[in-house]
Design a binder for this molecule. Sequence first.
Ligand code: NDP
Length: 445
Amino acid sequence: MQKILEAILEQADSATFAKLEIPKTYRAAHILKSEESIFAGVPSKDKDPRKSIHIGEVPVPELAADECLIAVMASSINFNTVWSAIFEPISTFGALARLGKESAWAKRHDLEYHVLGSDASGVVLRSGAAVRSWKPGDQITVHCNHLDDQDPSAHNDSMLATNQRIWGYETNFGGLADLAVVKANQLMPKPGHLSWEEAAVNALCNSTSYRMLVSKNGAAMKQGDVVLIWGATGGIGAYAVQYVLNGGGIPVGVVSSPEKAKILRAMGCEAIIDRRTANYKFWNDDDTQNEAEWRRLGKDIRALVGEDPDIVFEHPGRSTFGASIYVVKRGGTVVSCAATSGFMMEFDNRHFWMRLKRLIGSHFANYREAFEANRLISKGMIHPVMSQVFSLEQTGEAAYQVHQNLHEGKLGVLCLAPKEGMGVTDPELRAKIGEQKLTIFRRAK
Ligand code: NDP
């Protein structure tokens, strides 16, 4: 692995990379099938990813013709890392078993361990025989839409493919490791002005927010739209705020602390609600919601921006969903990609149908959307929202922080990269953008 790292640091040519020996095993953050039940009976919040995520050597898998083997310089924690590590809402070993039944190559994924991670930046080490666009030595980032594009359902919008999966969550060989296996159509050029870890944190959350807000497959936001964003300094919310501001919209950001409100203000978001101070009680008890509290949220939004939201960027799920459907404008759109607090939603349908509202389900992004979102990062029009950087050994701790909502924005993870700040190949663009914009989320050390 040392030779691989040296070649990356020297920015060796393609021929040199192609000749590098590939080790038999590699270091990876993984969970174990034998531990699927370790949290049985434990409340969700107390399930601890530090207990279930292991760091250790695993074998390097054989490479299929449409795949690349990449050296991972950095990766990131996504909420799906937490879901896998606490085996909720289902164990991801079930997904690996189902994938394993699809083909001889897919069978490789069905193992007793699951290498996690749905983001990565790094360098291509090997390209399969059918790969056209990428060669050893290319500096890349990875998006997590994993699918077999020989299936007709994968065309038009590949997120509708029947075999669509999230790499590193519903597949094995993910990015929280020194090496990773990806389909060639997951690769995108690494933005040159970013370090390895800054480049690694974007693809999953940035592409998801792009589809939810900008794409015609999502809410297709237009200039002047008021957009209510839950978790506005969280992983997806922090990119959503940027998309709304870039697109001439008016973000109303919801956060839960003065520190997060300060970050939002630095991003240029003026309308801010601190949900902890407001202390909304949307639920009276486990079964009954409180419409007066939905109305109070609506009033707070009107007090800030003078009107109801055209779009609600929804992901907390059960705790906020009734309120989101209620406060969105007549004819407005709630776009949802998740349900962190619980997935059985309840809302008052009278407010929905009588006011002709729309609900859009959204999930990650197709290759085109991910590429367009990555292009905006590369041009310095959307910025990484990384607050802290962890070593691969600290993956469990980083996932714990996300699970307990102790973080802001994204948490980067160094894999092969020996330290932070390496990998910038376009210092001119970086200087033009300015460190301040690139580091709004960085916590003081
Ligand atoms: P983060 O934890 O980084 O951010 C989410 C933020 O939401 C939190 O920081 C918190 O902000 C806010 N929040 C959490 N719970 C509640 C609640 N009960 N009520 C109101 N606000 C709440 O996670 P991500 O942004 O990365 O992901 C959010 C969700 O989206 C996860 O469930 C994830 O799995 C899912 N997801 C889905 C994707 C898809 O493709 N379908 C892609 C990416 C993420 P605060 O405390 O400041 O209010």
